[in-house]
Design a protein around this ligand. Structure first.
Ligand code: ZN
Length: 342
């Protein structure tokens, strides 16, 4: 990336109200069949345009073509039964009625590759594409076939690698894996979680990122955060192994979180997407607040490796708030860029 402090978002952005119920997470589609297919493409164009207007450097599809960041991917795989669901606890936090693994999982055809090609045609800017990570995928399912979290994770890693290679061929510059589960299951992360993630990026020449956050601003997550104490040191458990991994970029939650900034020192040498926008609040940060977070992060990340970003996806926010936050991110990054170039 030639731009200093290139800005991006962690992933999802609000959908237009004609496509899905606004300000609702995992909201069902309002259109069907061809109208839905066309509507998703139109929404992707709008989302891209809003990122461009705000001056975002690394753009994305805003996840306009998916309902859920994990299940939309899994829906395209065989071996998973979406009809007869079972209730499990997601990330040890909230109950969800989830699909069941009933046979060997495999990818019959590409999932997001056509969407990525469509985005690639709309812009010459660097593009980032998000996929769920293997560990977060298994945590969103009931496994009635492999009976091993690790085994299923390796299977998903192989499938993700097939998809990632095709996304790379479609012109994606950064492939990001969303692994909020990394903040919960530390022993598994260190035993096989990072290894399966490395399997997912095997052979890729484009840049790779892992997004580890404390989740969307939904009640189950904000309640959980209240139990974490005055300092959130979850990252500390997994950073040493991540630092030694071959993942290029680590995407973190830093704005208004209680993560001690000095933990970033543990991944020194990696590129870091520093979350400088709180997605669990409707207050739009001032550019100065964003700049302040970035300045703090600069104590632990070299300037050429710092990528200003949002804490997490912004799908549940209103478009007005999300656009304001994108603008603040961009203006805040510009303040610090100027200071660095003085
Ligand atoms: Zn997130």
């Amino acid at each position: 990336m030639k731009t200093l402090l290139p800005t991006s978002t962690a992933g999802s952005l609000p959908k237009p109200s004609w496509l899905a119920e606004p300000e609702t997470l995992w909201s069902p589609w309002k259109l069907q069949q061809q109208e839905l297919a066309d509507g998703k493409q139109d929404a992707l164009r709008v989302s891209l345009h809003e990122q461009q207007l705000a001056g975002i450097d690394i753009v994305s599809d805003g996840e306009q073509t998916r309902q859920h960041f994990v299940t939309t991917f899994i829906e395209h795989l065989s071996g998973v039964d979406f009809e007869n669901r079972k209730t499990v606890k997601i990330r040890n936090r909230y109950d969800a009625c989830v699909p069941v693994v009933v046979g060997e999982v495999s990818r019959q055809k590409p999932v997001f590759v056509e969407d990525a090609k469509f985005l690639r045609k709309q812009t010459t800017q660097p593009i980032k594409w998000a996929l769920p990570g293997p560990m977060t995928m298994i945590d969103t399912l009931y496994d009635d076939y492999y009976h091993s979290r690790e085994k299923l994770s390796w299977e998903f890693a192989k499938i993700l690698n097939q998809e990632a290679k095709e996304l790379e061929a479609a012109g994606v510059d950064i492939i990001q894996f969303d692994e909020p589960a990394f903040n919960v299951f530390f022993d598994d992360v260190n035993d096989w979680g990072i290894a399966t993630l490395e399997r997912a990026v095997e052979g890729l020449k484009c840049e790779t990122a892992v997004h580890i956050c404390y989740g969307y601003g939904i009640k189950a997550n904000t309640d959980w955060k209240k139990t974490l104490g005055s300092e959130w040191r979850q990252y500390e458990e997994i950073f040493p192994k991540l630092q030694a991994s071959n993942i290029d970029i680590i995407s973190l939650e830093c704005q208004h979180s209680r993560v001690p900034m000095e933990l970033i020192e543990l991944v020194r040498g990696k590129k870091v997407m520093v979350g400088a926008i709180d997605v669990a609040s409707n207050n739009i940060e001032t550019p100065e607040e964003v700049a302040d977070t970035l300045r703090k992060a600069l104590q632990y990340v070299d300037a050429d490796k710092l990528y200003p970003c949002t804490n997490c996806g912004m799908a549940p926010l209103s478009r007005h708030v999300a656009n304001g936050k994108l603008q603040a991110l961009s203006t805040g990054a510009e303040i610090v860029r100027k200071e660095l170039l003085k």
